[in-house]
Write a protein of this length. Structure first.
Length: 187
């Protein structure tokens, strides 16, 4: 049986971000046969510009596209900035969506996890991320997602992986992605 590869793209560049820690949790709780990789380097990817894309693109873009191409599924982990998806995550989706109709996200299972200190649980960013991934051509999984609010009270200074309920929810999302990827391979 081959390994299912899940690429996690995190919408926060901050080292101590709860959203980054949720992606790290996905790495820790991935079931046997599933490898989750948290993508490093989104900060180096230039803003999408079709003029740049028509020529020789930056090495950071090539690396992002290659990682997304090699993945069997995508896990998008997003905070909420001013009521929507962070620019760094939207930019990554834009780059991997090209060329339009044949980009690295095309027909790949995609799941979204959002988290915020607010009670809103980054729902607006969650919805916008799902929308952007779907329009980009991803197969956004309807029932495989998590929105976590009140992260300061919920986690305090602990890593989200130490919260058994959250770790189980993240594990279920990763398992759902792997199952969807397996269904595509077996179709």
């Amino acid at each position: 049986m081959s390994q299912t590869r899940v690429l996690a793209l995190v919408g926060s560049l901050r080292a101590g971000s709860v959203n980054r820690q949720l992606a790290e949790t996905a790495v820790k709780v991935a079931p046997e046969g599933v490898e989750v990789t948290v993508y490093e380097g989104l900060a180096d990817v230039p803003f999408y510009n079709e003029d740049i894309d028509a020529g020789e693109v930056a090495a950071s873009v090539e690396a992002l596209r290659a990682a997304a191409n090699e993945a069997d599924a995508l896990l998008l982990v997003t905070p909420e900035y001013n009521g929507t998806i962070p620019a760094v995550l939207k930019n990554a989706i834009d780059w991997i969506s090209r060329p339009y109709g044949a980009g690295a996200v095309k027909d790949k299972p995609v799941a979204v996890i959002s988290a915020s200190p607010s009670g809103n649980a980054a729902q607006w960013a969650h919805e916008d991320t799902r929308k952007a991934a779907k329009i980009a051509g991803g197969a956004v999984l309807e029932d495989v997602s998590i929105s976590i609010g009140g992260t300061i009270d919920k986690f305090g200074d602990k890593h989200p992986s130490e919260n058994a309920e959250v770790a189980a929810q993240v594990a279920a999302v990763v398992a759902g992605l792997a199952a969807a990827a397996g269904e595509l391979v077996n179709a």
